[in-house]
Design a binder for this molecule. Sequence first.
Ligand code: FES
Ligand code: FES
Length: 205
Amino acid sequence: MSNPNDMQLVDITRRQALQAGTIVTVSGLLPVAAQAQASSSQLAPENGVTVQVRFQINGQPSVLEIDARASLLDMLRERLGLVGAKKGCDHGQCGACTVHVGGRRVASCLTLAAKIDGRDVTTIEGIGSADALHPMQQAFIDHDALQCGYCTPGQIMAAIACVKEGHASTQEEIREYMSGNICRCGAYVGIVAAIEQAAPQIERG
Ligand code: FES
Ligand code: FES
């Protein structure tokens, strides 16, 4: 008998995945709400010292009481339901969790959530919409710069930062400054081409 979750997977288009970063992994077979419920106990305030953080998330003000040990990645995924940023290695080695803090790219798995107090955080969910994709999202589609899509939200956030940093002048430079983002599917040729296409449309910071 087919699993209803498998049917759900079939309905997810590549565009939707790029826009919302919702390519499903084994753990992602659970609905977002269920994932949050299943894992939120690890970040529940009663389990440790808590801190209150006030921040902007994708332009919206937010206040959370969090475990002082929580990573930004866990806070995004488990407390805010923003599952675009992926947990690949959880050790700062793959780039799948890349988001922007104060306009700069960070590995959210290595960033303490407590450190974002007073900061602006932008995730893949905050850069475009289904009707108006960010130029980098569109370029990834145009160049077929993904296969499974697991690394893609992190690649796109890193790529936008790479351009804004002024590190997208040549293919060699793009490869160098995107080297912290690993793609196990080997979509690197398309990723570099996508960044070259989108770069002129993105203002350097
Ligand atoms: S999950 Fe953060 S770098 Fe791999
Ligand atoms: S598209 Fe599969 S890991 Fe990059």
